[in-house]
Design a protein around this ligand. Structure first.
Ligand SMILES: *Cc1c(COP(=O)(O)O)cnc(C)c1O
Length: 228
């Protein structure tokens, strides 16, 4: 069941802070997505390619679909015709593949680069040095990469109850985001998105400078994965 009270409360707060909400609807049925759509929500996040393709085909076409999970290069072509933003790009290979299929579909795909800020080895993402190297590659080859737009950074904090630790990780990512946006060779007018914060930590993330949060369970309830 969609928690519409919670949605209204969260969206009011986010609007007051000029923070974008991506409603994370993975595993949830299209009826529930429509319920939020009818309240005005247009940005939704998914992280299973097949599920996203099905939902795209069945739901209103003015939805902005965000692919928020780790994307395999061989799946890029399935979502390239319609995806609005791909959040977790962490290799030059994936970036060039996204460009290739964006070009084939005659469109531009927005991307965020995923940084590894948590101290868990299972998390994907780039460290600061790797990210700068990737941006240098991009700069060197940007004439052949005109169908992607690197719009910012995303990251996930360590899964912990230690709010100070989460705060430190988010703060570091935000500082690095500002550094790139304002002072490096890469500074671009559209490099504006700092995507940090989910249900459990979005308030901390906003305090630390997030301007896009990805919230699932607070809106749609807990997820069940047993059929996967
Ligand atoms: C599932 C997911 C979320 C949302 O998580 P909740 O805790 O349900 O808010 C956010 N970001 C990513 C990358 C996810 O995979």
């Amino acid at each position: 069941m969609v928690n519409t009270d919670s949605y209204r409360e969260i969206i009011t707060y986010l609007n007051s802070k000029k923070v974008t909400l991506v409603a994370v609807s993975k595993t949830k049925p299209k009826e529930q997505i429509l319920e939020l759509y009818n309240l005005g929500q247009r940005d939704f996040g998914e992280n299973y390619v097949q599920e996203l393709v099905e939902k795209y085909s069945e739901l209103p076409k003015d939805i902005h679909w965000h692919y928020i999970g780790h994307l395999q290069t061989n799946k890029v072509k399935d979502i390239a015709p319609f995806v609005y933003m791909i959040h977790a790009v962490d290799s030059f290979k994936l970036l060039t593949e996204i460009n290739k299929y964006a070009l084939k579909n005659n469109r531009t795909i927005n991307i965020l680069l995923q940084m590894c800020i948590a101290d868990e080895e299972t998390k994907f993402g780039l460290d600061e040095k790797e990210l700068l190297v990737l941006l240098e590659y991009y700069e060197a080859q940007k004439k052949t990469l005109e169908n992607i737009k690197i719009c910012g950074l995303m990251g996930m904090a360590t899964n912990t109850d230690d709010n100070e630790k989460i705060k430190t990780e988010f703060n570091r990512l935000h500082q690095f985001f500002l550094h790139i946006a304002e002072t490096t060779f890469f500074a671009k007018p559209y490099f504006t998105i700092c995507s940090i914060g989910m249900s459990s930590d979005y308030l901390i993330a906003i305090e630390q400078g997030s301007n896009l949060v990805r919230i699932g369970s607070l809106l749609f309830g807990a997820r069940e994965y047993k059929n996967r």
